[in-house]
Design a protein around this ligand. Structure first.
Ligand code: ATP
Ligand code: MG
Length: 376
């Protein structure tokens, strides 16, 4: 019980509280035996401070303390304190000992103006967060234009549209320029998506979507990457999957991110599987691998932007640490569920789920399925 702790033991605790706080200990007769306040309270220009004696406390305040102790009910004291001349209110709350007698009284500043200070601080933090997101979004946008020119024009030269290049080494360099340009564009696109999402401006383009189709195209697009890594990729899809109301391109982006992670972090000879399960919550796409895995305590970090877990495979693998956080954000934009299970040395399974509310069901009408639950 808090009243059993000696008042001296509370000093550190009350100093850690962000608002002005006062603790008073009462003796058997209900008189103030000890006064403790944090620095924020002392800054309020009160008529007493920590260590004050009963006689140093103004009479009106002493009366209020007595009243609070006798009634064992909270009391509000209007305009009792001041900050830079501005009057503030204080609320006294009684704390009872094991015997039911009020032993301690806690005072907090309650008035609106103090709350306004907190609201102003919160607004300022939100504004600077938004400024950061806007900056990232603008930067990404500005960087995309010249990159598209680099990629487009190098393609024209690689294709030798206006005549042969001659020296074959130039062609190799051009392919490198193209590859690097596309890689950079992917990173910038991810960055733009994440900052748009943070600003609440990432919109979904929704339509009835075939999950099986999304998975099959993703696997096809990553077939070469898997072959180079010596990893086999298999899919197990039930035949009765529902159509879902989703952003098909974004869903493919999620599946491709998860698949490319699974391929990237699985040593040669390993296996990646995509399975789909239906249950009461919705439809779950599970991408699992027999790769290097992660320690459970590293999983929350892997879901943060720009974090790569330090290990033998991340050291020499490309990546920025945006794939997982972006995938999670995209699934959550669909109102879905996202989780990562991983065991070091055994493998990882990432689940991306679309909720039942997004199932497109009902009898087929003229070849089209009726949409029962629409976009969130
Ligand atoms: N299937 C997996 N097996 C083991 N570790 C993984 C797996 N997926 C992700 N990780 C760990 O989580 C980190 C973050 O993953 P994320 O996809 O966000 O970044 P990345 O793949 O390194 O880079 P990017 O996706 O931006 O190209 C990875 O660097 C890796 O350490
Ligand atoms: Mg990745």
């Amino acid at each position: 019980m808090l009243t059993e702790q000696p008042i001296s033991a509370l000093a550190e605790l009350i100093e850690a509280v962000a608002a002005p706080l006062l603790v008073l200990d009462l003796d058997e007769g209900g008189k103030v035996a000890a006064v403790l306040c944090n620095k924020r309270f002392e800054d309020l220009d009160p008529p007493f401070a920590s260590g004050a004696t009963e006689t140093q406390i103004p009479g009106a305040f002493r009366a209020a303390i007595g009243c609070c102790a006798r009634s064992a009910a909270p009391i509000e004291l209007s305009r009792f304190l001041a900050i830079e001349g501005e009057p503030r209110d204080i609320r006294l709350a009684p704390l009872k000992g094991a015997d039911g007698v009020v032993r301690r009284i806690v005072g907090t500043v309650t008035d609106e103006s103090f709350r306004e200070d907190l609201i102003a601080a919160r607004d300022q933090a939100e504004t600077s967060h938004r400024a950061k997101s806007d900056f990232l979004a603008n930067m990404s946008h500005e960087l995309r234009q010249p990159l598209n020119a680099i990629i487009g024009f190098s393609q024209i030269v690689v294709d030798e549209v206006f005549g042969p290049i001659g020296e074959p080494r130039y062609l190799d360099y051009l392919r490198d320029i193209q590859f690097s340009g596309k890689h950079l564009l992917n990173i910038i696109n991810d960055l733009l998506d994440l900052s748009k999402n943070e600003a609440g401006r990432l919109a979904l383009i929704e339509q009835p979507t075939e999950i099986a189709e999304v998975i099959e195209t993703s696997i096809r697009l990553l077939r070469d990457k898997a072959a180079v890594a010596g990893v086999t990729v298999r899919a197990e899809l039930p035949s009765d999957l529902p159509l879902v109301w989703a952003d098909e391109q974004r869903l493919r982006q999620v599946v491709m991110n998860l698949l490319s992670n699974a391929i990237k972090f699985t040593p040669e000879g390993g296996e990646v599987a995509v399975t789909v399960a239906l249950d009461a919550a919705g439809v779950s796409i599970v991408v699992s691998d027999t790769g290097i895995g992660m320690a459970p305590e590293d999983v929350p970090r892997a879901l943060e932007p720009f974090v790569q877990i330090e290990n033998v495979m991340t050291r020499n693998r490309e990546g920025t640490g945006l794939g997982l956080p972006l995938s999670k954000a995209l699934i959550e934009l669909h109102g879905g569920f996202f989780s990562v299970q991983s065991t070091p040395g055994k493998g990882t399974a990432v689940t991306a789920g679309i909720p039942v509310a997004r199932f497109v069901t009902g009898p087929k009408k003229g070849g089209e399925r009726q949409i029962e639950a629409g976009a969130a």
